[in-house]
Design a protein around this ligand. Structure first.
Ligand code: ADP
Length: 262
């Protein structure tokens, strides 16, 4: 018999994956979103917690912008982004009056909201909770790790682009994981080459392979290289389900296989 779920906490969640990146714009929210979609297509129940408080982009990527979060006896009910209710999402974006509103809060207020997102959201039974974090290692990361630690297994997935400068930032992320005792699920190299839609030749716009070398030097798993893919950009802008609708796209095989390795 399955253990009863304490309402309003994460007791019913089997795996928690914190998605980290050294800097912004490397595709952290993209990987969080596509990982959730790929896990859903593999039959898993998935939650996404968006703690990128100053740049919440997941509601837009999943076409859930403007949806309202409701209260129930056990806390906030997350927004279900699909009809089957297999992906639930909680984001500060749902609490703002308009998508253009800026979150101008000091650390303690941000930390309090993250703790509330963990303790007061009725997540229910989930196979995976994917946590999208802000870039770098800030107060928000410490708050998230502290709040989530009692609910392990808690792991980190680190996203980088192939250039040396981004890879250097990732070293700091890996140090953060070591210092906070976070297990590293693996490194993903994003924007790794561009496959020409006309001739299928791959151009390494930002060089290639830095993420894999770094993972091997750090002794952590390398989960895959996701190419630059205009169909992926478009599907995210339009809030489409890339995993369901673009199985022939260059980025699909890598994204699908990453979800099988976490
Ligand atoms: P971050 O969360 O690291 O700030 P985002 O996930 O918001 O970065 O990605 C930044 C932009 O790059 C978005 O417009 C996204 O659609 C695009 N993008 C990310 N990864 C890819 C990719 N592999 N192919 C094409 N576009 C991508």
């Amino acid at each position: 018999m399955e253990a009863a779920v304490e309402p309003g906490n994460l007791a019913g969640v089997r795996h928690i994956i914190l998605v980290l990146s050294g800097k912004g714009g490397v595709g952290k929210s993209t990987i969080s979103t596509e990982l959730a979609l790929a896990l859903r297509h593999a039959g898993k129940k998935v939650g996404i917690l968006d703690v990128d408080l100053c740049g919440p982009s997941i509601p837009r990527m999943l076409r859930a912008q403007g949806r309202a979060v409701h209260q129930c006896d056990s806390g906030w009910v997350p927004v279900f982004v699909d009809q089957e209710q297999s992906i639930s999402l909680m984001s500060v974006g749902f609490l703002l009056e308009s998508p253009d509103e800026a979150v101008v809060w000091r650390g303690p207020k941000k930390n309090a909201l993250i703790k509330q997102f963990v303790a007061d959201v009725a997540w229910g039974q989930l196979d995976y909770l994917v946590v999208d974090t802000p870039p770098g290692t800030s107060d928000e990361h410490m708050a998230a790790v502290e709040a989530l630690r009692p609910y392990s297994p808690l792991g980190a997935l680190v996203v980088t682009t192939p250039q040396a400068v981004s890879v250097g930032d990732v070293r700091r992320e890996l140090t953060f994981c070591r210092k906070t005792g976070l297990q590293v699920v693996g490194v993903v190299e994003n924007m790794s080459g561009f496959v020409c839609p006309h001739c299928a030749e791959c151009t390494n716009v930002f060089s290639r392979g830095g993420g894999e070398v770094l993972a091997s030097l750090a002794g952590v798993p390398f989960l895959g290289s996701v190419p630059l893919d205009p169909e992926l950009t478009r599907s995210l802008e339009e809030g489409q389900d890339f995993i369901r609708d673009f199985p022939k796209s260059p980025a699909f095989p890598a994204l699908f296989s990453i979800a099988q390795k976490v």
